[in-house]
Design a protein around this ligand. Structure first.
Ligand SMILES: Nc1ncnc2c1ncn2[C@@H]1O[C@H](COP(=O)(O)OP(=O)(O)OP(=O)(O)O)[C@@H](O)[C@H]1O
Ligand SMILES: [Mg+2]
Length: 313
């Protein structure tokens, strides 16, 4: 079976715990820490793997955290392609506050990559993309990685006939869209930053997604709207789906689970609207799981028939 490739330039060892209340000065006694491999593309790989898809995760790693990251993925059975770097892989820390039910998320910038390390990541991705029809690049770029990195990746993969799914933000996202990608998954904030267009109403959201298609920036736009659900727009049609009403344990990883569900379905040949259904189910399933645990496949399967997809055009 063809593999899905994921690239995560700024991976992290995600450490999550819980405490009664987050406040300054006092020591905050926390529950035992739970560790997961993290970073956008790695989360997508974890989701694809647990949904039964073949996947390989490419990412730079360094130092002891780098070793921990590789071990965590190995334990989950996710095939990894670690690119050695001199810097230390970062940790991300999230704390569930029991008194409010909210997550506090502390995110470090990540190590600075050298130019040759950046190039090695592109080379390894390219070399790994031999039996790949879909690649996913997701997450922020760490210091040292130029803003045109995702744009370079987009050109490199397009030349090899690989469809790139991109989930990122800011200047790196904008530059990549100038090169053109297969599918982009902005959140409402990310699409607003990209286009400057108002996104309050469905008609405005549809117009903004279509603007990306019209400029050739993406063939498919999956706009995620948090508790308002999501919209999927391509040249062949447009669909929207309200979010499923589930009890939210944590919204961490909802976007990554959405992308994982989507690309897993596309890889196995599902039509866009069917893939959208699985994406919606996976993102809702991620909400059921505390901290950085991501979606469980049994929840995805149970929730998928409940997704209401409405055709817009
Ligand atoms: N509070 C919520 N209630 C119900 N569904 C939600 C909620 N938050 C997220 N979702 C589901 O998860 C999907 C992705 O969430 P969201 O739009 O917040 O993207 P994200 O990538 O996680 O956000 P960001 O990158 O801005 O943090 C939504 O389309 C929706 O289906
Ligand atoms: Mg996101």
């Amino acid at each position: 079976m063809a593999e899905i490739l994921t690239l995560t330039m700024n991976p992290a060892v995600d450490v999550s715990t819980r405490t009664a209340k987050v406040e300054p000065t006092h020591k905050l006694r926390c529950a035992a820490a739970i560790q997961h491999a993290g970073g956008g593309g790695i989360n997508v790989a974890r989701v694809v793997h647990r949904l039964g898809g073949a996947v390989r995760a490419v990412f730079p790693t360094g130092g002891l955290n780098g070793q921990v990251l590789c071990r965590l993925l190995e334990a989950e059975g996710v095939r990894s392609e670690c690119v050695a770097i001199a810097g230390e892989t970062r940790e991300s820390f999230s704390v569930f506050e029991e008194s409010t039910g909210k997550d506090w998320r502390f995110v470090l910038p990540g190590p600075t990559l050298m130019p040759e390390e950046v190039q090695a990541c592109l080379d390894r991705t390219s070399a790994a993309a031999t039996s790949t029809s879909f690649a996913v690049a997701s997450g922020s770029l760490p210091p040292g990685v130029p803003e045109d990195f995702y744009a370079r990746l987009a050109r490199l993969l397009a030349a090899r006939g690989v469809r790139l799914v991109l989930d990122s933000s800011g200047a790196a996202l904008a530059a990549a869209l100038e090169a053109g990608v297969y599918l982009v998954k902005p959140s409402r904030r990310e699409l607003h930053e990209l286009t400057g267009l108002p996104l309050d109403q469905a008609a405005q959201q549809l117009a903004a997604c279509r603007a990306l298609l019209a400029r050739g920036q993406a063939q498919v736009v999956a706009l995620s709207l948090g508790e308002q659900g999501a919209m999927l727009v391509s040249r062949d049609g447009a669909w929207q789906a309200p979010a499923l009403a589930v009890t939210v344990a944590s919204t961490i990883g909802a976007g990554d689970s959405f992308v994982g569900g989507m690309v897993h379905a596309l890889q196995r040949g599902d039509a866009l609207d069917t893939a959208f259904r699985q994406a919606m189910a996976a993102s809702a399933a991620a909400l059921l799981a505390p901290g950085t645990a991501l979606c469980r496949p049994e929840d995805v399967a149970r929730l998928a028939p409940e997704v209401r997809i409405e055709r817009l055009a």
